[in-house]
Design a binder for this molecule. Structure first.
Ligand code: FPP
Length: 255
């Protein structure tokens, strides 16, 4: 089993402040199809290469000390793709879990799922539930896989649960505030992402973490997801570290 090693010298040379690594990084992994087209390959190959990029980014994130990594693997809108492509994505997902689970587990990664996974094919669902169960006590990187996830669907799910709890007298309407609302989302217990990365240059949220990214720094990079590598991650973190986060306030010097 491969245990991931940290190369601090390399990280230092990338000029990243290790004391200000985002606790939570969210990623919209876009551009697999375009990457494949650029290489003259079928879209499937783009998704395969995308899985490879994901494997690496999980390792690099863990080595950097990122506590939460959330990736958009399959959206509620992705069901609109041709059946053949959906089938490939599902089998890649199952293969990923089968091949990576032991290594993720050995490296203390905890797998969590965001989304309505009960709509997924039974074999995929079972392998995912098994992976979550197996890694549930791990204390390292929390790896949130957004699967059959949509930000709007998540908000509606949370609202329905809250209404249900109010109707059953588990909750008073007056108790509803932002913290409580947070606890009804798939991401309950995770801090908001400080950094949201989107690959392949598109400037859209595409229904990802609509509530949670209210104050996230968004870094859009040109490269397609299969080309997103360790250096790209370091660059995105450096860009984030050079931003000034004000959360609706004003600059320190203006105070
Ligand atoms: C976007 O590329 C990517 C996705 C639809 C989902 C991300 C999927 C992977 C990284 C591979 C599968 C993941 C797992 C965990 C097995 P696109 O097809 O939208 O690219 P395009 O916009 O260039 O067409």
């Amino acid at each position: 089993m491969k245990i991931w090693k940290n190369n601090m010298r390399k990280i230092a040379s990338e000029n990243i402040d290790m004391d200000r690594i985002p606790k939570h990084i969210a990623i919209i992994m876009d551009g697999n199809g375009r990457w494949a087209k650029q290489q003259g390959m079928p879209r499937t190959m783009g998704h395969r290469a995308g899985v490879e990029a994901l494997r690496n980014i999980v390792r690099f994130s863990s080595n950097l000390g990122v506590k939460y990594l959330t990736v958009y693997a399959f959206s509620t809108e992705n069901w609109r793709r041709p059946q053949s492509e959906i089938g490939i994505l599902m089998s890649l997902l199952k293969e990923y879990v089968r091949k990576e689970l032991d290594e993720l587990n050995a490296n203390n990664v905890k797998i969590r799922i965001l989304g309505d996974i009960y709509q997924l094919p039974k074999d995929v669902l079972e392998s995912i539930l098994f992976a979550c169960q197996k890694t549930k006590d791990n204390t390292g990187l929390i790896f949130n896989l957004a699967l059959n996830y949509g930000g709007r669907a998540e908000l509606i799910m949370a609202i329905k649960k809250i209404i249900n709890d109010v109707q059953n007298n588990y909750l008073e309407t007056e108790e509803i505030n932002e913290n409580l609302f947070d606890s009804y989302l798939y991401t309950a217990g995770c801090p908001e992402p400080e950094l949201l990365i989107r690959t392949s240059g598109e400037m859209r949220l595409s229904n990802f973490l609509l509530w949670q990214v209210a104050y996230s720094e968004i870094v859009v990079v040109k490269e397609c997801w299969p080309d997103f590598n360790e250096k790209s991650l370091h660059d995105a973190i450096r860009t984030y570290q050079n931003r000034e986060r004000r959360f609706g306030g004003i600059k320190k010097v203006e105070e």
